[in-house]
Design a protein around this ligand. Structure first.
Ligand code: GAR
Length: 245
């Protein structure tokens, strides 16, 4: 039986599932190397969706150029032009909603978000942070880790809640700290790990595998452990072809 002969009452009124790619808006403030990792994943068809727009609160952010070079809509929304945090976040919400995203990805977006912003996109907001959360929330994590003589550092992807860097963690990648490490060397190692784990987390979300439920994040329906999934130093180093020190 050919397709055009096929008639079925069962399928009357059946609306096929949308095949539209899932839509992502990325927020940045600076260099945008994490954005680049997401763009690269998209170019290999490994992101699970499409970056529709990149928005920066800094007009001269290099990440905006990365977006333009990739043919992605790049929007500068300088926060200094707004009288208050609430006014800026209100404008940001409007820009984001215009693009009807399924997911908003914070990739080095160095702004504290208002509760209204977080509530608007709750469950659809991911952030990457340069530490093994819950350790070292806030700024200057590499310097603080070294000053403390810590043995281990890393990066975490987490859902954003109203608590700064306090939302539930999805995935982490660890770095063993050596005696020779400096702020710069740690920054490089952490960045490499960020570029590894962020596209993975974004893909999980866009494929519907990762969700933020009332009891925390789940992956394929299974609750994630409190600090998310952990990529060990050894596994990350192997993945990244780093020399074993
Ligand atoms: C990244 O290391 C990211 O973890 C950090 O900013 C850097 C941005 O780099 N974010 C935070 O500290 C947020 N609390 P990039 O612009 O090259 O992606």
């Amino acid at each position: 039986m050919s397709d055009d002969q096929y008639t079925s009452d069962t399928l009357n009124g059946f609306t096929p599932e949308s095949t539209e790619p899932r839509r992502v808006v990325v927020l940045i403030s600076g260099n945008g190397s994490n954005l680049q990792a997401l763009i690269d994943a998209q170019s290999y068809d490994e992101l699970g969706g499409e970056i529709i727009a990149v928005v920066s609160n800094q007009a001269d952010a290099y990440g905006l150029k990365r977006a333009r070079d990739a043919g992605i809509n790049a929007v500068a929304l300088p926060h200094r032009e707004y009288e208050s945090r609430e006014a800026f976040d209100g404008a940001l919400i409007k820009v984001i909603e215009r693009h009807e995203p399924d997911l908003i990805v914070l990739a080095g977006f160095m702004r504290m978000l208002t509760p209204i912003f977080v509530q608007r996109f709750y469950g659809r907001l991911l952030n990457i942070h340069p530490s093994l959360l819950p350790a070292y929330r806030g700024l200057n994590t590499h310097a603080r880790v070294l000053a403390d003589g810590a043995r281990e550092h890393g990066a975490s992807v987490h859902f954003v809640t109203e608590e700064l860097d306090g939302g539930p963690v999805v995935i982490q990648a660890a770095v063993d700290i050596t005696e020779d490490d400096t702020e710069e060397s740690l920054k490089d190692k952490v960045h490499a790990r960020e570029h590894l784990i962020y596209p993975i987390a974004v893909r999980w979300f866009l494929e519907g595998r990762l969700q933020l439920g009332v009891n925390g994040p789940t992956l394929d329906g299974t609750p994630l452990p409190p600090q998310g999934l952990r990529l060990s130093h050894a596994d990350a180093a192997e993945e990244l072809d780093e020399d074993d020190e």
